[in-house]
Design a binder for this molecule. Structure first.
Ligand SMILES: [Zn+2]
Length: 227
Protein backbone atom coordinates (compact mmCIF):
# COMPACT_ATOMS: atom_id res chain seq x y z
CA UNK A 1 0.00 0.00 0.00
CA UNK A 2 1.36 3.43 -0.82
CA UNK A 3 2.04 5.92 1.95
CA UNK A 4 -0.87 8.28 1.29
CA UNK A 5 -3.36 5.39 1.25
CA UNK A 6 -1.91 4.12 4.55
CA UNK A 7 -2.17 7.59 6.15
CA UNK A 8 -5.71 7.95 4.89
CA UNK A 9 -6.76 4.68 6.51
CA UNK A 10 -5.05 5.60 9.79
CA UNK A 11 -6.87 8.94 9.85
CA UNK A 12 -10.29 7.44 9.12
CA UNK A 13 -9.78 4.60 11.62
CA UNK A 14 -9.26 7.25 14.28
CA UNK A 15 -12.47 8.97 13.20
CA UNK A 16 -14.38 5.67 13.21
CA UNK A 17 -13.12 4.80 16.68
CA UNK A 18 -14.00 8.28 17.96
CA UNK A 19 -17.49 7.88 16.49
CA UNK A 20 -17.93 4.41 17.99
CA UNK A 21 -16.66 5.64 21.37
CA UNK A 22 -19.33 8.33 21.39
CA UNK A 23 -22.03 5.64 21.54
CA UNK A 24 -23.07 4.99 25.15
CA UNK A 25 -22.06 1.52 26.34
CA UNK A 26 -25.62 0.42 27.15
CA UNK A 27 -26.75 1.49 23.69
CA UNK A 28 -23.82 -0.33 22.09
CA UNK A 29 -24.90 -3.47 23.96
CA UNK A 30 -28.46 -2.94 22.74
CA UNK A 31 -27.20 -2.64 19.16
CA UNK A 32 -26.07 -6.24 19.31
CA UNK A 33 -29.71 -7.29 19.35
CA UNK A 34 -31.02 -4.71 16.89
CA UNK A 35 -32.64 -6.40 13.90
CA UNK A 36 -31.41 -5.20 10.54
CA UNK A 37 -34.42 -4.36 8.39
CA UNK A 38 -34.70 -6.54 5.33
CA UNK A 39 -35.35 -5.29 1.84
CA UNK A 40 -38.74 -6.95 1.67
CA UNK A 41 -39.99 -4.90 4.62
CA UNK A 42 -38.52 -1.71 3.22
CA UNK A 43 -39.61 -2.35 -0.34
CA UNK A 44 -43.23 -2.67 0.74
CA UNK A 45 -43.12 0.95 1.91
CA UNK A 46 -43.88 -0.13 5.48
CA UNK A 47 -44.47 3.18 7.30
CA UNK A 48 -43.09 1.87 10.58
CA UNK A 49 -39.75 1.10 8.96
CA UNK A 50 -39.71 4.25 6.85
CA UNK A 51 -39.27 6.92 9.50
CA UNK A 52 -39.49 10.53 8.33
CA UNK A 53 -36.63 13.02 8.17
CA UNK A 54 -37.08 14.54 11.66
CA UNK A 55 -37.40 11.13 13.33
CA UNK A 56 -34.37 9.91 11.39
CA UNK A 57 -32.32 12.87 12.65
CA UNK A 58 -33.45 12.10 16.22
CA UNK A 59 -32.46 8.44 15.75
CA UNK A 60 -29.05 9.51 14.48
CA UNK A 61 -28.35 11.82 17.41
CA UNK A 62 -29.69 9.28 19.93
CA UNK A 63 -27.08 6.86 18.72
CA UNK A 64 -24.09 9.00 17.75
CA UNK A 65 -24.54 12.09 19.91
CA UNK A 66 -25.25 15.73 19.13
CA UNK A 67 -24.08 16.93 15.74
CA UNK A 68 -23.73 20.43 14.30
CA UNK A 69 -24.34 18.93 10.83
CA UNK A 70 -27.71 17.66 12.01
CA UNK A 71 -28.50 21.09 13.47
CA UNK A 72 -27.78 22.60 10.04
CA UNK A 73 -29.87 19.90 8.37
CA UNK A 74 -32.80 20.69 10.66
CA UNK A 75 -32.54 24.42 9.82
CA UNK A 76 -32.56 23.55 6.10
CA UNK A 77 -35.59 21.30 6.64
CA UNK A 78 -37.44 24.02 8.58
CA UNK A 79 -36.81 26.48 5.76
CA UNK A 80 -37.51 24.21 2.81
CA UNK A 81 -40.28 22.03 4.26
CA UNK A 82 -41.29 19.21 1.96
CA UNK A 83 -39.28 20.67 -0.91
CA UNK A 84 -36.14 19.49 0.92
CA UNK A 85 -36.99 16.18 -0.78
CA UNK A 86 -36.96 17.49 -4.32
CA UNK A 87 -34.08 19.07 -6.22
CA UNK A 88 -35.11 22.73 -6.11
CA UNK A 89 -33.75 24.23 -2.86
CA UNK A 90 -30.10 25.25 -2.57
CA UNK A 91 -29.86 22.76 0.30
CA UNK A 92 -31.67 19.52 -0.51
CA UNK A 93 -31.65 15.93 0.69
CA UNK A 94 -29.95 12.90 -0.78
CA UNK A 95 -29.90 9.42 0.74
CA UNK A 96 -27.27 6.76 0.39
CA UNK A 97 -26.25 3.27 1.43
CA UNK A 98 -22.87 1.69 2.08
CA UNK A 99 -23.29 -1.95 1.05
CA UNK A 100 -20.96 -4.48 2.64
CA UNK A 101 -20.58 -8.24 2.39
CA UNK A 102 -19.50 -9.11 5.96
CA UNK A 103 -18.30 -12.63 5.06
CA UNK A 104 -16.05 -11.37 2.27
CA UNK A 105 -15.09 -8.31 4.36
CA UNK A 106 -15.65 -6.17 1.29
CA UNK A 107 -17.73 -3.14 0.44
CA UNK A 108 -19.31 -2.37 -2.91
CA UNK A 109 -18.36 0.93 -4.51
CA UNK A 110 -19.75 2.52 -7.64
CA UNK A 111 -17.78 4.63 -10.10
CA UNK A 112 -20.31 7.43 -10.36
CA UNK A 113 -21.35 8.20 -13.93
CA UNK A 114 -21.55 11.96 -13.33
CA UNK A 115 -18.77 12.66 -10.83
CA UNK A 116 -16.28 9.91 -11.88
CA UNK A 117 -15.42 9.13 -8.27
CA UNK A 118 -15.76 5.89 -6.27
CA UNK A 119 -18.71 6.25 -3.91
CA UNK A 120 -21.40 4.48 -1.95
CA UNK A 121 -24.79 4.15 -3.71
CA UNK A 122 -27.28 6.96 -3.39
CA UNK A 123 -29.48 9.57 -4.95
CA UNK A 124 -32.33 12.04 -4.66
CA UNK A 125 -35.57 11.24 -2.82
CA UNK A 126 -37.70 12.86 -5.55
CA UNK A 127 -40.51 13.45 -3.06
CA UNK A 128 -39.99 10.41 -0.81
CA UNK A 129 -39.72 11.71 2.77
CA UNK A 130 -38.41 8.61 4.56
CA UNK A 131 -34.62 8.58 4.04
CA UNK A 132 -34.19 4.82 4.57
CA UNK A 133 -36.73 4.07 1.82
CA UNK A 134 -34.85 6.28 -0.65
CA UNK A 135 -31.53 4.71 0.38
CA UNK A 136 -33.00 1.24 -0.15
CA UNK A 137 -34.49 2.10 -3.53
CA UNK A 138 -31.25 3.62 -4.80
CA UNK A 139 -29.11 0.74 -3.50
CA UNK A 140 -31.43 -1.84 -5.04
CA UNK A 141 -31.66 -0.06 -8.41
CA UNK A 142 -27.94 0.61 -8.68
CA UNK A 143 -26.60 -2.74 -7.43
CA UNK A 144 -29.29 -5.25 -8.40
CA UNK A 145 -28.77 -6.93 -5.01
CA UNK A 146 -32.17 -8.10 -3.78
CA UNK A 147 -31.23 -9.43 -0.33
CA UNK A 148 -30.14 -6.12 1.23
CA UNK A 149 -30.60 -5.64 4.96
CA UNK A 150 -30.48 -2.16 6.43
CA UNK A 151 -29.37 -1.00 9.85
CA UNK A 152 -32.31 1.23 10.89
CA UNK A 153 -30.27 4.20 12.19
CA UNK A 154 -28.17 6.26 9.75
CA UNK A 155 -24.40 5.94 10.11
CA UNK A 156 -23.66 9.44 8.85
CA UNK A 157 -25.22 12.77 7.96
CA UNK A 158 -23.03 14.97 5.78
CA UNK A 159 -23.49 18.31 4.04
CA UNK A 160 -21.31 18.84 1.00
CA UNK A 161 -21.05 20.83 -2.23
CA UNK A 162 -22.92 19.43 -5.22
CA UNK A 163 -23.75 20.35 -8.78
CA UNK A 164 -27.42 19.74 -9.47
CA UNK A 165 -27.55 19.85 -12.45
CA UNK A 166 -23.90 19.96 -13.50
CA UNK A 167 -22.62 23.54 -13.43
CA UNK A 168 -25.07 24.70 -10.75
CA UNK A 169 -23.68 25.11 -7.25
CA UNK A 170 -25.75 23.74 -4.36
CA UNK A 171 -25.52 21.62 -1.23
CA UNK A 172 -26.50 18.02 -0.58
CA UNK A 173 -27.60 16.90 2.87
CA UNK A 174 -26.74 13.23 2.57
CA UNK A 175 -28.17 10.69 5.02
CA UNK A 176 -26.25 7.42 4.76
CA UNK A 177 -27.26 3.96 6.00
CA UNK A 178 -25.33 0.71 6.33
CA UNK A 179 -26.60 -2.30 4.38
CA UNK A 180 -25.44 -5.91 4.19
CA UNK A 181 -25.73 -8.56 1.51
CA UNK A 182 -24.66 -12.19 1.31
CA UNK A 183 -24.10 -11.93 -2.44
CA UNK A 184 -21.16 -10.75 -4.55
CA UNK A 185 -23.24 -10.75 -7.75
CA UNK A 186 -23.91 -7.06 -8.28
CA UNK A 187 -24.84 -5.68 -11.70
CA UNK A 188 -23.97 -2.30 -13.16
CA UNK A 189 -26.82 0.17 -13.73
CA UNK A 190 -26.85 3.21 -16.07
CA UNK A 191 -25.95 5.37 -13.02
CA UNK A 192 -22.52 3.73 -12.77
CA UNK A 193 -19.51 3.36 -15.03
CA UNK A 194 -18.38 0.36 -12.94
CA UNK A 195 -18.92 -1.47 -9.66
CA UNK A 196 -16.17 -2.98 -7.54
CA UNK A 197 -16.05 -5.09 -4.38
CA UNK A 198 -13.12 -3.84 -2.32
CA UNK A 199 -11.51 -4.06 1.10
CA UNK A 200 -10.91 -0.87 3.08
CA UNK A 201 -7.25 -0.96 1.99
CA UNK A 202 -8.19 -1.35 -1.69
CA UNK A 203 -10.66 1.55 -1.40
CA UNK A 204 -7.89 3.77 0.00
CA UNK A 205 -5.63 2.75 -2.91
CA UNK A 206 -8.42 3.74 -5.32
CA UNK A 207 -8.39 7.19 -3.73
CA UNK A 208 -11.86 6.86 -2.22
CA UNK A 209 -12.60 9.83 0.02
CA UNK A 210 -12.13 9.80 3.79
CA UNK A 211 -15.92 9.77 4.13
CA UNK A 212 -16.28 6.64 2.00
CA UNK A 213 -13.62 4.89 4.11
CA UNK A 214 -15.35 6.05 7.29
CA UNK A 215 -18.72 4.75 6.05
CA UNK A 216 -17.09 1.41 5.30
CA UNK A 217 -15.42 1.18 8.71
CA UNK A 218 -18.63 2.08 10.53
CA UNK A 219 -20.66 -0.41 8.48
CA UNK A 220 -18.23 -3.25 9.18
CA UNK A 221 -18.20 -2.25 12.86
CA UNK A 222 -22.00 -2.41 13.11
CA UNK A 223 -21.96 -5.82 11.45
CA UNK A 224 -19.51 -6.98 14.12
CA UNK A 225 -16.61 -7.31 11.67
CA UNK A 226 -13.14 -6.10 12.56
CA UNK A 227 -11.30 -4.86 9.46
ZN1 LIG B 1 -28.99 17.34 -5.88
Amino acid sequence: MNNSAYLKIRRTRKLAHARANSVPRDLMNALNVVQWLDGETLGSGNVASGRGFSATMRDYESMWGRSTVVTDARVAHDRAGESLFDRRPWYHATCSAMIINPTARKMLLTLHHKYHTWQQFGGHPDGEQAPILTAHREALEESGLSDLKFFPTPIDVDIHDAECPLGCSNKHIDVCFAATTTSLEARVSPESDALRWVTIEEAAEMDATDRVLLLGLLSFGLAGIQV
